[in-house]
Design a protein around this ligand. Sequence first.
Ligand code: FAD
Length: 499
Amino acid sequence: MHDESGRSVATATHAVVIAGGGPTGLMLAGELALARVDVAIVERRESQELAGSRAGGLHARTIEVLDQRGIADRFLSQGKVAQVAAFAQIPLDISDFPTRHNYGLALWQNRIERILADWASELSVPIYRGREVTGFAQDDTGVDVELEGGRSLRAKYLVGCDGGRSLVRKKAGIDFPGWDPSISHLIAEVAMAEEPPWGLRRDEKGIYALGKLEDGKRVRVVLREEHVGQGDEPTLHDLREALIALYGTDYGVHDATWISRFTDMVRQAASYRNRRVLLAGDAAHVHSPAGGQGLNIGVQDAVNLGWKLAQVVHGTSPESLLDTYHTERHPVGARALRNTMAATALSRGDERTEALRETMSELLRMDEPRKRYAAMMSGLDIHYDLGEGHPLLGRRMPDLDLVTESGPQRVFTLLHDARPVLLHLGEPGAFDITPWADRVRRIDARYTGVWELPVFGAVSAPTTVLIRPDGHVAWAGGGTDRGLRDALTTWFGPPSSSS
Ligand SMILES: Cc1cc2nc3c(=O)[nH]c(=O)nc-3n(C[C@H](O)[C@H](O)[C@H](O)COP(=O)(O)OP(=O)(O)OC[C@H]3O[C@@H](n4cnc5c(N)ncnc54)[C@H](O)[C@@H]3O)c2cc1C
């Protein structure tokens, strides 16, 4: 058995094996490869082709993290920029937010995956395609990953990016508490003999919609089911029945290229880590597609985990760094579970829920609530709790236009290689970080503009900022280096003794 580049799988070892090459697994593989970790993906699908369109786009923070790696343009050039943030279908405009990407991007998941797969391929990530992870056994030094057909891979760490039904999560014995579905929808791509009424409708049980696919002829159908449906493989007959129940006719539906079902089930892994096994993306959290958050949160999980896992693999940081992945990302997933539950409840069209939705709409038209909810749905407000300090601490670093010795430079450009950066905006040469110079890049620059964060507003200008590879601020100082050594050690390992 061989991977895509012809390497034999029977005996292969890797530092990290990722189960699942969906958006989360591909992003994580890219992050690890940038950090020079020997990483491989095992993917059940034979190719990156995806049945059906699934996720419809990217939110602002995801576009920012892709920009931090220098690949945002690949997505922007294929999609359609739009104001896509919404809560319970109530639109939330982010065009006044202080970010270069004050919008979202409409782009189907199959395109997103293909772009990510090309990036992973450029970074020489091997993908064992058409292979399924069937089990694993972990010991003190690594994990034996079993593949179907009796083959295995040896890795120091295994990451389950294998979707909502994650085998890795189940075999790791990680609980997946939450709530069973209260509603289900059929989703399909079909042809129709008659032109149907386009657009979204709402009845007392929820929403349903008919929309044109990209070719302008075929139809994307999303139909609320009368009762919670079971299983992934509904039939054309189920689709006809649901159309007749909701529209009184099936519009001559035929030629379905994809029929599936999604629900509002909400569940989250109790722990994102069991020793040498980690979970990311849908493997760690599932919820309804309301608000279009799943893929976005998965990609951002990957960006939070990648550099931490790389440092642990390289031995520059202790294993305990991996616990910060759960501490930081579990609350983000939990928040998405909660807001999708609320959105599903608000999607019903009975009079009382209608009144509640109108009340919520009124609220969200006010500036402060609009900003807060828009920042939540677009991911721009994520704040990891790194303790007391400057408001930037734990928040995303703004993409400032800097002036450096080598000319104008954007902050996000400094993060392209996924390495930490100490950005010093004061007197050049201050703050000696020689013991971390092998890991942390030091940049002296000038910046005279304002510092502004979404929702939070203007903040005082720091003199020096320590930026993690995921773009979050690990330390911000106003002229002294108090706390800098501790922050460098916490996030990037102890000082190197050779320097
Ligand atoms: C109708 C619908 C609309 C959605 N809309 C949006 C949206 O607008 N925005 C948004 O952000 N999200 C949306 N989502 C959610 C989004 O599709 C998921 O959150 C996203 O695909 C999760 O990515 P992932 O890589 O974590 O998991 P997946 O995409 O599920 O990828 C898992 C991968 O693992 C592989 N795999 C599984 N088991 C194994 C195994 N044992 N061995 C090897 N490989 C394995 C699978 O083949 C798959 O490629 C939507 C979902 C649905 C259903």
